[in-house]
Design a protein around this ligand. Structure first.
Ligand code: GLU
Length: 488
């Protein structure tokens, strides 16, 4: 097939058997990037021929996941019309039957005459004799016409060693023991995956098949079906497995292979997710680590997909999210933080939107993802913004050179008079207003009791940031509370 002149068509073909995890999404992303890079077509096809494994709601879930990430399809289960019919396999049965008929006429498909028990017995015998079970060794000499009540099987056109090219793995080959008379149409009338995906890819004009490595051992069987049908092979692109961070095995559900929409709920940005996923198993050949979608489309190359398994690194995901987060505008970040802030703070009597607006940059600096905002807030680390501290131990206000806590009162009083005159438009300006005095009597002597009177905690952001966030009036009230608490 000449891919230079042919329009690129790729597809993502999930089975609706549950949620989408990062492996599936990465496959979709690569197929999408390749199509967009070539102004080609990207198809979302639903492979729902195994009705027993189907999970209700999966089709919506898959679409929602891809939409969230901005992976848009030209044709999909929601398309009203396409040049090739439905994108849902269960709605394409006439196509499979048409090609089944073609194979029957060519003498390359036949009705399986055996009962399930008979096939099970062949299998058991092979196991007993420590031989692999091959159905074709039991190929019946005489067969009935296929009436749809029995499985339809391929008659492998040529038992031979197959050699083929994989765009990632290079030349591959497998012996004839990998070929068998596989089922094409099951007795329930649905095609098998093996048969259906080949008909679909052909009818949809798919030029590049990107898929997980678990399909590679079936490749000779697929090729024998292509040959029986007389179809040309598309380009096969086998993606590397996604491994756990310690690379000991494939990423499983326990290690983070969770529903992609959970990442959305945790506050990961779709652009960060895409950036991160693109780099699991592909690299641009440069040091660039941050990409927006357009850059990914321009830079992505199949030739730079790696063969070896690629590790899923959670830290890298956090880092990537942060890099994208800090680029967001203030309005976005306000909403982002507001959504994640626990009700205990939003409902506090000292809560105002204005304070929250001023808290946002400080908070964003300290986190990678929204999920950390709730953790930070629940640990009480944001209380200073909305809740005046009242229950701390006054002894904390002492600086190390103070023998008596009463010594901090005149310093705090001086701070009050300086702040009353100060411009509260930024933490730096507040700091500048106090600096000459702090340099005169000692920075720790001034800033430490100030910070603790504002936060009530041994650890908190600096006093200028707190003062800026809570405003002049609240700042003065907290200092005065501290002085009253010291007494004397
Ligand atoms: N339906 C298969 C799956 O869910 C798709 C494999 C392919 O892309 O051909 O993994």
């Amino acid at each position: 097939m000449d891919h230079n002149t042919q329009k690129v068509v790729t597809r993502f073909a999930p089975s609706p058997t549950g949620f989408m995890h990062i492996g599936g999404v990465r496959t979709a992303l690569y197929a999408y990037l390749w199509a967009r890079k070539h102004n080609g077509t990207f198809i979302l096809r639903i492979e729902d021929t195994d009705k027993e494994r189907e999970v209700a709601g999966s089709i919506e879930h898959i679409q929602e996941s891809l939409r969230w990430l901005g992976i848009t399809w030209d044709y999909g289960p929601d398309s009203e019309s396409t040049p090739f019919g439905s994108c849902i396999q269960s709605e394409r049965l006439p196509s499979y039957l048409k090609y089944a008929q073609v194979l029957i006429e060519k003498g390359l498909a036949y009705a399986d005459p055996y009962t399930e028990e008979e096939v099970a017995a062949f299998r058991a015998k092979a196991t007993e004799e420590k031989r692999p079970f091959l159905y074709r060794e039991h190929r019946p000499t005489k067969t009935e016409a296929w009436d749809g009540t029995k499985p339809l099987r391929l008659k492998v056109p040529e038992i031979k060693r197959y050699t083929w090219n994989d765009a990632v793995r290079g030349e591959l080959s497998a012996g004839e023991e990998m070929l068998d008379d596989v089922v094409l149409i099951k007795s329930d009338g649905y095609p098998t995956y093996n048969f259906a995906h080949i008909i679909d890819d052909h009818e949809m004009g798919v030029t590049h098949i990107m898929r997980a490595d678990e399909f590679i051992s079936s490749q000779p069987k697929f090729l024998s079906i292509y040959d029986a049908l007389g179809f040309e092979y598309p380009t096969f692109v086998t993606l590397p497995p996604i491994l756990r961070d310690d690379r000991t095995k494939k990423l499983g559900k326990r290690d983070g292979a969770k529903d992609i929409l959970e990442y959305r709920n945790e506050g990961y940005l779709p652009e960060a997710m895409i950036n991160f996923l693109a780099l699991i198993g592909w690299n641009p050949g440069t040091d660039q680590e941050l990409f927006n979608e357009e850059e990914l489309i321009n830079t992505f190359e199949i030739s730079r997909i790696q063969r070896a398994g690629a590790a899923f690194n959670e830290e890298k995901l956090l880092w990537t999210n942060k890099q994208h987060l800090v680029k967001k505008d203030p309005a976005f970040l306000f909403e982002y933080v507001e959504k994640a802030l626990p009700q205990s703070l939003k409902g506090a009597s000292g809560f105002t939107e204005e304070k929250l607006r001023r808290l946002v940059p400080t908070l964003i600096e300290r986190i990678h993802v929204a999920a950390e905002i709730s953790a930070t807030a629940e640990a009480g680390e944001c209380d200073f913004a909305f809740i005046a501290p009242t229950s701390y131990d006054v002894e904390m206000l002492k600086w190390k050179t103070d023998t008596d806590v009463k010594a901090v009162v005149p310093r705090l009083q001086k701070v009050v008079s300086l702040l009353s005159e100060a411009d509260f438009s930024s933490p730096d300006i507040i700091k500048a207003a106090l600096m000459p005095y702090a340099e005169e009597v000692g920075k720790g002597e001034v800033f430490s009791p100030l910070r603790i009177s504002l936060s009530g905690k041994s650890q908190s952001p600096d006093p200028f940031t707190i003062a800026y966030i809570i405003g002049l009036e609240e700042t003065l009230s907290r200092i005065s509370f501290a002085c009253d608490k010291i007494g004397g």
